[in-house]
Ligand binder design. Structure first.
Ligand code: NI
Length: 195
């Protein structure tokens, strides 16, 4: 794994990332490296800010989620499979009911909490060849996209939790930012944190 994953508390996870152009250096290699890092850490999505690249790029392969929910339609299952690359994505619209799903994040190992989001999105993005797509997506794929998209704006799933939940998690989150966490992939922890 070429790039360590930034841990909760790292200031660069909070930056608002910038759009890129097709001449962005070594972009195809970077995308491949992101998929590699994602698979090695058993993630279903990874956003560039998590590997300390402040650009509007995220990758998703949510195949493990395809077997998760019996009520899923075949179309929804098929949508989850395969490598997807989102460059300069813009969520144009969110609609539908709010629903809760237990989320996790490679930057926040060991914490999984229910997050409420709207069920449907309309998204405009460029794929890895810079072809433009406008799609309406719902279900778990929409969920994963919403989570990864948040990373581009410096938002983490824990930000969506109630203040009560946040207080309960405070110590655990502090421990992650201090590197006091068991994790089987490479991470980069914030420097100069006060013990
Ligand atoms: Ni995440």
């Amino acid at each position: 794994m070429k790039f360590p994953i930034l841990a909760y508390g790292h200031p660069n996870l909070r930056k608002v990332a910038k759009d890129i152009t097709p001449d962005y250096p070594d972009l195809q290699q970077l995308i491949d490296d992101m998929f590699e890092a994602m698979y090695e850490s058993n993630g279903v999505g990874l956003a560039a800010p998590q590997i300390d690249q402040s650009i509007r790029l995220f990758v998703i392969d949510a195949e493990p989620f395809a077997e998760l929910d019996e009520s899923m339609t075949e179309t929804q299952k098929a949508q989850l499979k395969g490598q997807k690359v989102f460059i300069n994505a813009q969520i144009l619209e969110e609609s539908g009911k709010e629903w809760a799903f237990t989320e996790g994040c490679l930057s926040i190992p060991g914490i999984n909490e229910d997050v409420t989001r709207q069920e449907k999105i309309k998204i405009k993005y460029l794929d890895r060849d810079f072809n433009e797509h406008i799609e309406e997506i719902d279900g778990l794929l929409a969920r994963v996209i919403q989570h990864e998209y948040d990373h581009l704006d410096g938002i983490l799933f824990t930000d969506h939790l109630s203040s009560f939940k946040k207080r309960l998690l405070k110590r655990k989150l502090e421990n992650i930012s201090k590197g006091k966490v068991n994790v089987d992939y490479r991470m980069k922890f914030p420097k100069n944190n006060n013990k």
